[in-house]
Design a protein around this ligand. Structure first.
Ligand SMILES: C[S@@+](CC[C@H](N)C(=O)[O-])C[C@H]1O[C@@H](n2cnc3c(N)ncnc32)[C@H](O)[C@@H]1O
Length: 347
């Protein structure tokens, strides 16, 4: 690998500012769960926040608690300025996309988790930066709370019983969000050459079907790799280690370099390390960066999938003894079944 690329590190800082120092054509895969720009967390507010009630700071929201706080702005917005959110998300993506293109090797993949609402803006920013948009994959989530409010209840609260009856069965909001889009881009390779040439020249460009079939029965673009028992709780938008492993094995070979510019608790990097890839991560938030470093530092051959808070505390307390007591890799069961809630009777 390129000697000037900081290998196998998590850099605490702003990747948008810091990635400028990375050498060009030095990374084989960028795999990142980027902020979705829907304002679910402080770091996810990427537009001009023109309403003081945003992120739950008004007295009414404080009283309502976390659920209201996470609900974000209605799609319609709270002011005319809110209508600019999608465009401002595009502008935010446009700040980092050119640098991603620069550091990636020709034919390399950039795989991005982006939210359903604003993914199209990310696609346009990536295309405008020079990426080819290859495909959209779907990750089927195991748990997806459905928060759409009943219209009849809104009217009931207003004391409007006639309309509460009239609008029975209607909801405000979206259908149950069972999938998340995964956007797959590639850096264009030299015109006049082929992917087969590129695989020989740069070691990337094709995808490893055999590797994917270790994770699912069909080589289809719907993925349902889920969390192992006890794996969650490290980050509010944590992704399953198994899912990141599948995507890394799909697109890279051993010893190649995987970059995550928005690494959170380090799931991408942990998957890369376990698979014998080089890795580099950036994380703005000090506590998330520390969490990610701890996960990577405690990685041992037989305990790679188990990194819940409780287990990490256990390891810190009793170090190698606790690591040894964790179940070996082959005994871990993944919940890979897609969440299929029972259909409700139509009223
Ligand atoms: C969607 S989360 C990633 C969570 C990750 N998938 C996991 O499993 O833990 C995105 C992360 O990007 C971080 N972030 C936001 N803006 C950043 C920036 N400019 N540079 C580096 N990190 C940033 C946030 O603090 C957040 O932890």
């Amino acid at each position: 690998m390129n000697s000037s690329l900081p290998a196998n590190q998590i850099i605490q800082g702003d990747s948008i500012a810091e990635m400028g120092s990375l050498p060009p054509d030095s990374v084989h895969l960028i795999l990142s769960d980027i902020p979705y720009g829907i304002g679910a967390e402080e770091w996810d507010v990427l537009h001009d926040n023109t309403n003081s009630a945003y992120l739950g700071s008004s007295p009414a929201q404080q009283k309502a608690g976390a659920v209201f706080k996470k609900r974000g702005k209605p799609i319609n917005g709270w002011s005319e300025a809110d209508r600019a959110i999608p465009r401002q998300y595009y502008e935010w993506c446009s700040r980092w996309a050119p640098n991603w293109l620069r550091v990636l090797k020709p034919g390399g993949s950039a795989i991005i988790f982006a939210g359903r609402r604003l993914a199209h803006r990310c696609i346009c920013a990536m295309e405008d930066a020079g990426f080819s948009y290859k495909d959209m994959l779907a990750w089927m989530k195991q748990r997806c709370p459905h928060r759409a409010q009943r219209l009849s209840i809104v009217y009931e609260r207003r004391g409007d019983t006639r309309n509460a009856r009239e609008w029975e069965g209607w909801r405000v909001g979206n259908l149950r969000p069972t999938f998340e889009p995964i956007l797959w881009f590639t850096k264009p390779y030299k015109i006049g050459t082929t992917i087969a040439d590129n695989a020989l020249n740069h070691g990337i460009g094709a995808y490893n079907e055999s590797a994917l079939l270790q994770y699912q029965e069909e080589p289809e673009n719907v993925l349902d790799a889920g969390f192992a028992a006890g794996e969650t709780g490290l980050h509010p938008t944590q992704k399953p280690l198994r899912l990141m492993r599948a995507l890394i094995e799909l697109t890279t070979r051993e010893n190649q370099v995987v970059l995550d510019p928005f690494c959170g608790s380090g799931t991408t990097l942990l998957a890369a390390k376990h698979l014998g890839r080089q890795y580099l991560g950036y994380e703005n938030d000090a506590s998330h960066a520390a969490q990610a470093r701890r996960r990577l530092d405690t990685l041992k051959p037989d305990n790679w999938e188990l990194f819940s808070e409780v287990q990490l505390q256990l390891m810190e307390a009793t170090s190698s003894q606790a690591v040894d007591s964790l179940p070996p890799r082959k005994e871990v069961r993944y919940r890979s079944k897609r969440a299929k809630p029972e259909p409700k009777a139509v009223r």
